[in-house]
Design a protein. Sequence first.
Length: 320
Amino acid sequence: MAKVTEAFTTYDAQANREDLSDIIYNIDPFDTPMMTAAGRRNVTNVLFDWQTEALPAEQLTADVEGFELTRAASQPTVRQNAIAQINHRDATVSGTQNGSNPAGKKSEMAHQMALKSKALKRDMEKIMFGTSQVQNNGNATTARTTRSLINWLFTNTQFQAGGSDPVPATNTAVVAGTTPVALTEDMFNDCLEDCYKNGAEPSLVFCGPGNKRVFSTFTGRASARQNIAANEVVNSVTVYTSDFGDLKILPSRWVRTGDVFLIDPRYYRVAFFRNFQKTPIAKIGDADTNMILAEYGLQVDNEAAHGVIRDTTGLAPVTP
């Protein structure tokens, strides 16, 4: 159909106002499930300490009537320590842009700092729970680093041939097994049994998305009963009821692909020497710079309260 003769169109117009949405779309992930579940502690030194203890070994020999006491040694506590590291994010915005009226933002600097705050929390989550970082006390030229969770756990662990547990006392890192294998329900229950034998009562499981899909294939699900609408398909496990208690299964984007953590949230925390703080940086021209910073470390109150399965492929099962 032809255009009406001499009709003025948008192709001719020079002054139509733009239509820019006030909504800014961003789907980059910034969730921090393991930090969210963790406790909090404020510390007054970058090197901070706590204590653990264990009951004496079982004493199964009966005493004779009128026995003479042989004094037993008292049970000492064990002193643990960790270090606080520094991480920051910053943003710089020109004076002109600060004076502008950007769509979808109260101010450019406020928007940038909101983004950088989320990014900093994500950085911390990945450092503490998604890396194999050892402790470094640092010096004038070397940054301090806190020990990540994988390098705390050595009691309730499963790994493949060629691997080894970390030794926190000597700051030795975990060693990966040579051949990863697919996660199985037996592996998971074996780790749970180890936890139970050593007094642990984990209630949360953190794993990557591939292993989360593996959980949904566990055969224990075959006996489940639930009401499902005719137009729904349900193939997901969010709570695993085991012989040793119920555990909530939570996927994490930041956990290492092959790791499955069995966690008791009562026994780990993020220790802050300096909690999140925003600092304006001195101006050197017509621009403003703000920095957000945290100085923090991971405190694992008692590593035997948790478990970990390492050296899995972290892949979802292949459907024939």
